[in-house]
Design a protein. Structure first.
Length: 381
């Protein structure tokens, strides 16, 4: 048993090194193609303008977390004006529902940690499954994220739950509105086809792998939060958001069981994107830029590069998504360009630590390709 476990650890380490090297090579090819594809360049400009507009409006209105408005603008964009409108409405709907759910549950759950973990497991499982089976999965996803966000921010003072829920909704509203305005000014307007989804009816049949993915995701999120709180680390909110977004990304793409390799590729790409985006953001903070236009321009440039990589053909889109996410969270800290590098370092450490713990847990929970093959063979006998 010990020998087999040691062999699996060694194989996983070798596999992880191969994934990292392959991802870096693909990432380099993406950077080498910057500006070559007009469609990707245009979408990057749309994303940069939307994020800069959301950041400006958030700072102008003096909201609590301007970075969340910027992230909302980035994640509400689609290839067309109509698609961005649909994504924005789904995101805002899910956020409102999640804020309301988090506010209601904050009356009881902060005083009962067992119930808190059960609730987080249930809502995470629901969001992960819905993201893969429902045509309105984006709304379900942000219901999950926002409810967890409101709850975690209310743990120390549940009386602030109403204020937190209101500001999270307001921030998302600013981001969604910015994305819709910019997309419809700079993109063509036409409706995208409604996404096809398998639906909820076969969760215990053909969609059973999706349920397993949801269960494993719930276990991982709760385990990461437990470790985080036991170590009394800060930035729990950013960690929880990052984990939820990562685990909600579908890994069951062909109707079969997801393997450890599929999860490792996705998790490592997210982790590498986090490091790359965070390191670039820290370097930008080290420049001590105090000029608001230049600070805003740095944010726009990073978002443009992130969107270019996200839309690229080389299979490292998750690196671009996570890099842009972490860059925004690290660089936007308050009502003006940051005057200290340390808050950015703390945020980067929080998100990176959460992703590292998640990666380890994911590799332990997901089966290897050989185990999946053995399970399928047993089922057919």
């Amino acid at each position: 048993m010990t020998w087999r476990f040691g062999k699996e650890v060694a194989d996983t380490a070798i596999e992880s090194v191969d994934i990292v090297l392959d991802t870096l090579a693909r990432f380099g090819r993406e950077l080498g193609e910057l500006g070559e594809a007009p469609d990707r360049t245009r979408q990057g400009i749309v994303a940069a303008c939307a994020v800069m507009l959301a950041t400006f409006l958030a700072l102008l209105l003096e909201i609590q977390s301007p970075w969340w408005a910027a992230i909302s603008a980035f994640m509400s964009l689609s290839a067309t004006g109509g698609g961005s409108l649909r994504r924005g409405i789904l995101r805002l709907t899910g956020t409102v529902a999640g804020a309301l759910l988090g506010f209601v549950m904050a009356r009881w759950l902060p005083y009962d940690h067992l119930a808190l973990y059960l609730f987080m497991a249930g809502v995470t499982m629901l969001g992960v499954i819905a993201m893969q089976v429902s045509p309105h999965g984006l709304a379900w996803l942000f219901l999950c994220i926002t409810s967890i966000l409101v709850l975690l921010e209310s743990l120390t003072n549940p009386l602030q739950a109403a204020s937190i829920a209101y500001y999270r909704t307001f921030e998302v509203g600013i981001g969604v509105l910015s994305a819709i305005i910019v997309a419809n000014l700079l993109q063509d307007w036409h409706r995208e086809p409604t996404p096809t989804a398998p639906g909820w009816r076969h969760l215990l049949g053909a969609q059973w792998p999706v349920v397993l993915h949801g269960v494993r995701s719930a276990i991982a999120v709760c385990a990461v939060l437990a470790i985080w709180m036991a170590l009394e680390l800060s930035e729990v909110v950013e960690m929880a958001i990052t984990i939820t977004v990562v685990m909600a990304a579908p890994v069951v793409t062909d109707g079969g069981f997801a393997t450890r390799h599929a999860v490792a590729v996705r998790s490592l790409q997210r982790f590498m994107g986090c490091l790359l985006g965070g390191v670039v953001a820290i370097l930008c903070l080290a420049l001590d830029v105090t000029s608001f236009p230049w600070w805003l321009a740095m944010i726009g440039a990073a978002v443009w590069v992130g969107m270019h990589i996200q839309l690229g053909p080389h299979g490292v889109g998750y690196v671009g998504i996570q890099a842009a996410f972490v860059f925004i969270v690290t660089l936007i800290q308050g009502a003006s360009p940051p005057d200290s590098i340390m808050p950015g370092v703390d945020r980067l450490a929080g998100i990176t630590g959460g992703l590292a713990i998640l990666l380890v847990i994911s590799l332990l929970l997901w089966p290897s390709a050989q185990e999946v093959a053995e399970e399928n063979a047993s089922a057919q006998e």
